[in-house]
Design a protein around this ligand. Structure first.
Ligand code: HSE
Length: 383
């Protein structure tokens, strides 16, 4: 008879409570205990006093970490792997920051480390990427990988609603990070891109090298311009395998109606991979929220109970980011001209300009510099 999986659940917040509810419906899984600063009403499983109690309990085979944040999640996950327990986590911050160390530790201990809910919410994205990369050279990844920003942009486009109101609603619906700045400034989507790219290309990227522009500077007046251009603004993550290294960047993009990304509503994500022989494959679903995220946590537990004993890849090659070969036109709104802009103007609009083709490296460096005099300047690529 198949062994019942004994789970310790770290965290009983938005996602954690969803996991708690799902596990309670299953015959093949048992909640040995939960560890949480706040225990919601109705939780009836044993509550652990501390992590050591869990690490010492040999009857617990799997630790589910949905606390989020770096500490104490890092110490808890490391402790669980070191104690020979499988770990399932939704924590993209943790996995992106300590990728090599945690993947190596799991392999040394011969236990599973799974984080499907860390990228794409409820979409079977990382598991599909794992299957593809095991057989097919993945050469590119791109798409919408943050539910909160998609919800905000979609609301602003559809209803003309304000940025602040849309953000409040995204928080109320449980889409946003504990610190929503991570959604808005692109840090959350960058972590998802790093984890996805690492699995896709068998490398280990340094988050800090990924060019990252979020949506915190967008205004209603920009959206009005994009509507006149018949484009939709989406926050896009993209990476590409290069001969030497990887191109990887996050930026708002003005998408034409012919591109499927333009139609992605609310908290949904659309993530695509391109394989050398198979071309493009896309994955669509809710990218944030209690049940979609808890669903993928459970799927990881099911995979482990069916025999998965490792991370998604064992390839950990060092690679650096180089975005200098990726070139496109950009929309820029800033409070005046400068030498660089002057030399790259293609078209002047009412409240912005369109540049000629410039590299991702150049535009991100220009914006960083420009923000010293115009902190609210905004740019988006033309697709
Ligand atoms: N804050 C994240 C998002 C949650 O909005 O996509 C899911 O990773």
């Amino acid at each position: 008879m198949k062994k019942t999986m004994r789970i310790a659940l770290l965290g009983l917040g938005t996602v954690g409570f969803g996991v708690y509810e799902f596990v309670r419906t299953r015959q093949d899984m048992e909640l040995a205990c939960a560890l949480s600063l706040v225990v919601p009403e109705g939780v009836t499983c044993p509550i652990a006093k501390n992590i050591d109690e869990i690490l010492r309990d040999e009857s617990i085979d799997t630790v589910v970490e949905v606390i989020g944040g770096l500490h104490p999640a890092y110490e808890f996950v490391k402790g669980a792997l070191s104690a020979g327990k499988n770990v399932v986590t939704a924590n993209k911050l943790l996995i992106a920051a300590h990728y090599r160390e945690l993947v190596t530790l799991a392999a040394e201990k011969g236990v599973a480390l799974r984080c499907t809910a860390a990228a794409g919410g409820g979409i079977p994205w990382l598991t599909s990427l794992e299957r593809t990369a095991a057989q097919e050279p993945v050469i590119r990844i791109s798409g919408i990988m943050n539910g909160t920003t998609n919800f905000i942009l979609d609301t602003m486009h559809r209803t003309g609603g304000s940025f602040a109101d849309a953000l409040l609603e995204a928080q109320r619906l449980g889409y946003a990070e504990a610190n929503p700045a991570d959604d808005l400034n692109g840090a959350d989507i960058r972590r998802k891109l790093v984890i996805s790219s690492n699995i896709a290309y068998g490398c280990v990227l340094d988050e800090a090298e990924v060019a990252t522009e979020g949506i915190e500077h967008i205004k209603g007046t920009d959206i009005a311009v994009f509507k006149r251009m018949n484009r939709v603004c989406k926050l896009i993550a993209a990476s590409r395998k290069l001969e030497n290294g990887v191109a990887a960047y996050i930026e708002p993009a003005l998408v034409p109606p012919a591109m499927p990304e333009s139609a992605i509503p609310q908290n949904y994500n659309l993530i695509s991979l391109t394989g050398e022989h198979i071309g493009k494959q896309s994955f669509y679903g809710q990218g944030a929220g209690r049940y979609p995220t808890a669903y993928n946590v459970l799927q990881d537990c099911v995979d482990i109970s069916r025999g998965v004993t490792a991370f998604y890849t064992d390839r950990l090659n060092e690679a650096h980011v180089d975005n200098s070969s990726i070139k496109r036109q950009y929309y820029i709104r800033t409070d005046g001209m400068d030498k660089w802009l002057q030399s790259h103007v293609d078209k002047i609009l009412d409240c912005g300009i369109i540049t000629d083709e410039v590299s991702v490296t150049e535009i991100h460096a220009w914006a960083k510099e420009r923000r010293q005099s115009d902190p609210g300047c905004f740019f988006a690529s033309l697709r």
